[in-house]
Design a protein around this ligand. Sequence first.
Ligand SMILES: Cc1ncc(COP(=O)(O)O)c(C=O)c1O
Length: 445
Amino acid sequence: MKTVRQKTAKQLEEYYSIESRLIYGKNVSQRWDFKRHVIPPISASTNFRFCSAEEGTAAFADFAQRAAGQDKKEFRYIYDRLDEPNKNLLEEHLAIADQGDIALVFSTGMAAISALLAVLLEEKPDHTKDELLVHMPVYGCTNDLLRKHIEARLRYPVRYADLSEPDGLERNLTPGTRVVYCETPANPTMKLVDIAALASVLKRENSRRAQPVLLVVDNTFASPFCQRPLTLGADFTCYSLTKSIGGFGTVMGGSVVTKKDHLLIAGKLIQHRKDTGGSLSPTNAWHILVYGISTLPLRMRQMQANARRIAKFLNGHPAVGLVSYPGLDSFPQLSTARKQMKDYNGTFAPGNMIYFEPDADTPGIRRSIATLWMDRIAKNAYTITLAVSLGQIRTLVEHPGGMTHAVLTDHDLKAGHIDPGGIRISVGIESCEDLVRDLTMALAT
Ligand SMILES: Cc1ncc(COP(=O)(O)O)c(C=O)c1O
């Protein structure tokens, strides 16, 4: 009988849950077999020794084959910017978390998103350029990447649309569309797209096209614990690992996850990462691997339980108007949320992110009230911090209109339904009573 260390990843997958595999990964990895260490050691060497000139040459040939889209099982490390054991182990764990086949990590979420769009969008021999179709709203820096780099500097056409109804996709596809990009839930408004419905429209469409339209989902807000877009038909997911996967607000990182069908594009990403240098540092990879991804389910369960209660509290508060949270019965896209936001056991998982607005008639008054509430939090709250970022064990609030999404034009803010008085809250793992106490103080009339 095989010992557990002799079991293949496939055999482990049959016996053990995703939650356990987020801790132990492949158990024995071809990327790095650290036999005697219980915890993978931190690799702190920028370069790797070859035992002969022949081996060095072979290592470079292997890398070139991977960058050309070949699935290489053997690994010979060369130089940290190309590959390194801590990042590779993290990539194996991320593929498990997202139920994908290939994960690639980057220095930040923005490095991952910009690398993916750079390799997907192409200029054709007749000089026409692939078109990108984007569901609004998106995170402020993603908006800037699209508006200032992809559109203005690189001159790729970008269409911005509302894809929350699948006919929005059918209406906005053009013969030039190559990529459909969305966040769901979207930062900050929590608006959803129905991933499976979009994927099925694209499947039909792609049967008529020489080059398929690819669906990219930024799944940072949900986290892979609450939603796995690749299982719903998306081609790629992107993450800011800085958020709930990293979990503690100590390191930055990003990733792209995909399926075996896109090995060739994964190869292009490996090449792009080598040449543009957006590689994740081994120490950051190690933190995310050892502390972050292994505790994701534990943290998300607590954050989500708190978020459900906080959303109800806000919804019942007389000074609050709109509350947008997929776990509320009043959430306009509740059926889509219930269909696609599920944890590893199949239970509805609406996540830890909430967007809300003060109850007032004009945007100006809503903005002043929101400012007053955030100032009170900054000065007097113990368990809530006024700061950007999200998905950490600490509860964070921020003001999208003046902070994370301040770069959006008035037109983009309106199109994305981001109110000047909107507040985003990322609920942490604190005692919920304490969170309610601090919110009650902040929202007092
Ligand atoms: C939805 C979303 N995607 C991507 C990013 C970018 O990630 P990073 O800050 O790690 O570059 C963020 C950052 O807030 C985000 O909220």
